[in-house]
Write a protein that binds this ligand. Structure first.
Ligand SMILES: Cc1cc2nc3c(=O)[nH]c(=O)nc-3n(C[C@H](O)[C@H](O)[C@H](O)COP(=O)(O)OP(=O)(O)OC[C@H]3O[C@@H](n4cnc5c(N)ncnc54)[C@H](O)[C@@H]3O)c2cc1C
Length: 813
């Protein structure tokens, strides 16, 4: 087949992801698609995958994507006539210690929250299901009956056939060599066989996606890592419906294959392949067997399945797979290019994810908007930091090495740190600061008091920082605290049409006079919340926009993508120009008034205002806002002056008991006040009305804005879900998010977030309570609630208002 002159969409890569994307584009959207594969279909990573298909992840949306894959693999043969090899064998997960067992009980609760059954089994029950296994060291096991296995190459060929049947053109032996660009837009894909003009490109080039992306100036931060498994001779006692097994405490997994076992693992000391370009001709190729490195898995696997000791190995597979710095795959619209989408970096679950990833990627490319909350896999979660290949490699190897370790709550990565530090880093360290990292920034999580080691000690219950964070929390409630929030992402929007642009993008009314602040959401066309940020109007045509550290790339890209064309507007990222000190607490005014001549009285500097004030000879942008529910200011200080201003505030605050406060106390404070966090409590799946933020939507104003139509529909209709707060009386109950909400004993949703409120002395959770017939406040208040926490039902109380109200000078319970 010859190369067509034009295609609506060119998909690059004929692995499972490219074929699934082409299939969905052609079948569901009738798009005119051309898929280009440099070698033969499946010749990259797909052909040598082991074929385990698991579905449960910690994100509800990604679990939905993986469930979709399973549904597709079940039915695809009826459509295309080609088998996928799908077998619903179920999956056993083994626990060898108490911490793992708690992790599994939480996982089983998450499964129920996401609509799946996961059973808890005794070692004896696990043995009955898998007699070849030795279970003396087991505390228990879980069983997820709807997981299974499939044949990676068969699925891919079946998807390719389905795509062709729907009109897609699939061309093998055609290598993409570059792009013709018009500014940041691809106008043609150049190949070894000529060029194709096109509207959009989807980069599904597997471990080559990084170099293919670079040809269009985009960064796809993935790292090929060597991953090995063996296939054994037949073993008596295995049948075609034998469950797959994950044995993370022994770092290994098993799957039945033609009467023998596939056995592989995730070692703590993985081996990266190249940090340079992957050779183009690495097709249907493997690395040499590395028995020395694999021995660690062999030893553990024999201890689990003693029959392996006497079983021959038919083949070892040592193949490259793309892994990423946070263990999640990479999807969506590349911020550096107007029309390239990416689906890559599948971290050894590309077969499990393939069907669903192709489905959502096709929707995304066609509609220009992710069809659901895909933030955890969104390519816009990365930043300039991720262009550093060595850093990406180091962090990726750490993530790979942690694939099977116990996932303790609040765990931080250790590699590649410190990377970006605020000017206060050394000062905060001297105060006992224990840091976490977010998008490369070191941020103080908490401060170890004298006599305490300044490091996190992880556990499944309350961790070592619990009490010190409580002290920090109380300092903010009773006196004053100083937060280093210099990592906040900050942009300046200027230009004649800046106000018009923001008026269109923002759901709240930002067209206030200079000197005013607006807290606003940015909505997608479904009325879901895409961004949650503060806009300060500094002058008629000059706006200062502040958002969360992690959303730096995402929010800038959303804004730029949605500014109506033809407007005179410019958006500049000024994150590194400004340090941010948040001075919060009832004594904040006393401290601030002693370091500035400016009038910071309530009448002179009201809530929701921004002023430039002088502190210690430096011009500081002071924003009167709060995320902790106390009097306070966010002080945006020229970066180079941040240290001096910090010292000045600390000295002035000393008589008032000022102290530096970290992010864990911030979280506790904001949970008590019910402030929402984007990515957990509010996401593209949720409308402001469902989130209790309807007051911030300018429906009463007669201006059109992005998402207005959908917002209007939601505002007028009974809600099907509503965000509510919950507390539990037992202070030992640890809430982390994803716990199931029961109303009158029936499933009613799950927590999006969990934490602890030190002023109220209780665990706090927030979650959407769902009801198909409508969720009114009266209906919500009418219910009796429980939370399921690690499979235990715990009585809970529902709250529709803030749990802590400083103005009422009392705790509301
Ligand atoms: C040993 C091993 C075991 C695994 N086991 C499992 C498992 O049990 N379960 C699971 O879910 N996943 C597993 N995986 C992961 C799985 O194989 C991958 O996630 C998946 O195959 C990735 O598919 P892909 O389409 O992204 O990449 P690929 O299959 O690599 O496809 C990318 C394609 O792009 C083509 N391409 C690249 N550059 C160009 C260019 N310039 N022009 C044209 N074409 C180009 C390549 O030739 C290649 O065919 C395993 C991986 C390994 C290595």
């Amino acid at each position: 087949m010859s190369l067509p002159a034009h295609a609506q969409i060119v998909v690059i890569g004929g692995g499972i992801i490219g074929c699934s994307t082409a299939y969905h584009l052609a079948r569901d959207h009738k798009a005119e698609v051309v898929l280009l594969e440099q070698g033969k279909l499946t010749g990259g990573s797909t052909w040598h995958a082991a074929g385990l298909v698991g579905q449960l992840r910690s994100s509800a949306s990604i679990t939905q994507v993986l469930k979709y894959s399973v549904d597709l693999y079940k039915r695809l043969k009826d459509e295309t006539g080609l088998e996928t090899g799908w077998k619903m064998t179920g999956c056993l997960r083994l626990a060898c210690n108490e911490d793992r067992w708690i992790e599994y009980k939480r996982l089983a609760t998450t499964a129920r929250s996401f609509g799946m059954e996961m059973h808890l089994l005794s070692p004896k029950e696990a043995k009955a299901m898998w007699p070849l296994m030795q279970v003396d060291d087991l505390v228990g096991a879980t069983f997820l009956p709807t997981d299974g296995q499939a044949s990676p190459s068969d699925i891919t060929q079946s998807l390719a056939k389905g795509a062709r049947m729907a009109g897609a053109k699939i061309l093998e032996g055609v290598r993409v060599t570059g792009f013709t660009m018009d500014g940041d837009r691809i106008t043609a894909v150049n190949t070894t066989e000529g060029s194709i003009a096109c509207d959009k490109v989807i980069n599904c080039a597997g471990q080559w996606a990084r170099q293919v992306g670079a040809m269009a100036g985009i960064n796809v931060p993935l790292q090929p890592v060597k991953h090995q498994y063996i296939i054994t001779e037949k073993i008596d006692g295995l049948t075609a419906d034998t469950a797959t097994v994950r044995d993370p405490d022994r770092f290994t997994y098993f799957k039945e294959e033609v009467g023998g076992l596939v056995m592989g693992g995730y070692e703590r000391d993985p081996i990266a392949w190249t940090t340079g370009d992957v050779p183009d001709d690495f097709e249907f190729q493997l690395f040499d067997d590395d028995w020395d490195h694999f021995e660690q898995h062999m030893v553990q696997a024999i201890a689990r399945v003693p029959a392996l000791e006497k079983t021959g190995v038919k083949q070892m597979i040592n193949g490259p797979e793309s892994f990423t710095p946070d263990g999640n795959f990479i999807l969506g619209s590349a911020p550096e290019c107007a029309n390239m989408f990416v689906g890559a970096g599948f971290n050894a679950f590309g077969i499990a994810a393939g069907g669903g990833a192709g489905w959502v990627l096709a929707e995304w490319a066609i509609k220009g908007e992710a069809p659901m909350d895909l933030w955890v896999v969104d390519i816009r979660r990365f930043s300039g930091l991720h262009k550093d290949r060595d850093w990406v490699c180091e962090r990726t190897l750490e993530a790979y090495g942690k694939h099977y370790t116990i996932g303790f709550p609040h765990e931080e990565y250790g590699s590649g740190r410190p990377r970006i530090v605020s000017p206060l880093y050394e000062r905060l360290k001297a105060h006992g600061g224990v840091f976490g990292s977010k998008l490369g920034w070191e941020r103080p999580n908490w401060f170890a008091p004298e006599g305490m080691e300044a490091r996190d000690v992880y556990s499944m219950g309350r961790q070592n920082w619990f009490a010190p964070v409580g002290d920090e929390h109380q300092a903010v409630r009773e006196a004053v605290g100083l937060f280093d929030q210099s990592s906040f992402a900050k942009y300046e929007m200027t230009g004649r049409d800046a106000a018009r642009a923001l008026d269109w993008i923002c759901a709240n009314d930002v067209s206030k006079p200079a000197g005013r602040l607006t807290y606003t959401q940015l909505l997608n066309s479904r009325g879901g919340i895409e961004c949650d940020l503060t806009v300060a109007r500094l002058a008629e045509d000059h706006f200062y926009i502040v958002t969360g550290t992690g959303f730096r790339t995402h929010d800038a890209a959303w804004i730029v993508d949605h500014v109506p064309s033809g407007l005179d507007v410019s958006l500049v990222d000024v994150t590194e120009d400004w340090g941010t000190l948040s001075l919060m607490g009832p004594k904040a005014r006393d401290v601030l008034s002693s370091v500035t001549e400016a009038d910071v009285s309530n009448a002179g500097f009201r809530f929701g205002h921004v002023r430039v004030i002088d502190i210690d000879g430096h011009e500081v942008r002071a924003l009167r806002v709060t995320y902790v529910g106390e009097l306070g200011w966010e002080l945006h200080v020229p970066l180079e002056a941040t240290g001096e201003v910090f010292d000045c505030l600390m000295a002035a605050g000393s008589p008032h008991g000022i102290r530096p406060v970290g992010y864990r106390a911030l979280e506790s404070l904001r949970l008590e006040k019910g402030y929402r966090a984007w990515g957990s409590d509010i996401t593209p799946n949720d409308s402001p009305f469902e989130a209790g933020l309807g007051w911030a939507v300018k429906l009463k104003k007669n201006t059109d804005f992005m998402g207005r139509e959908a917002a209007q529909r939601t505002a007028g209709a009974p809600l099907k879900k509503k965000l509510a707060g919950f507390t539990v009386d037992d202070p030992d109950v640890v809430l982390l998010g994803r716990e199931t909400i029961l109303r009158d004993g029936e499933f009613a949703g799950y927590l999006t977030i969990g934490g602890f409120g030190y002023s109220i002395g209780q665990s706090i959770g927030y979650g959407y309570v769902r009801h198909a017939d409508g969720v009114s406040d009266a209906w919500l208040r009418d219910g009796v609630y429980e939370l399921v926490v690690a499979m235990q039902r715990v009585p809970a109380r529902l709250h529709l208002e803030a749990l802590y109200d400083p103005t009422a000078a009392r705790v509301k319970l």
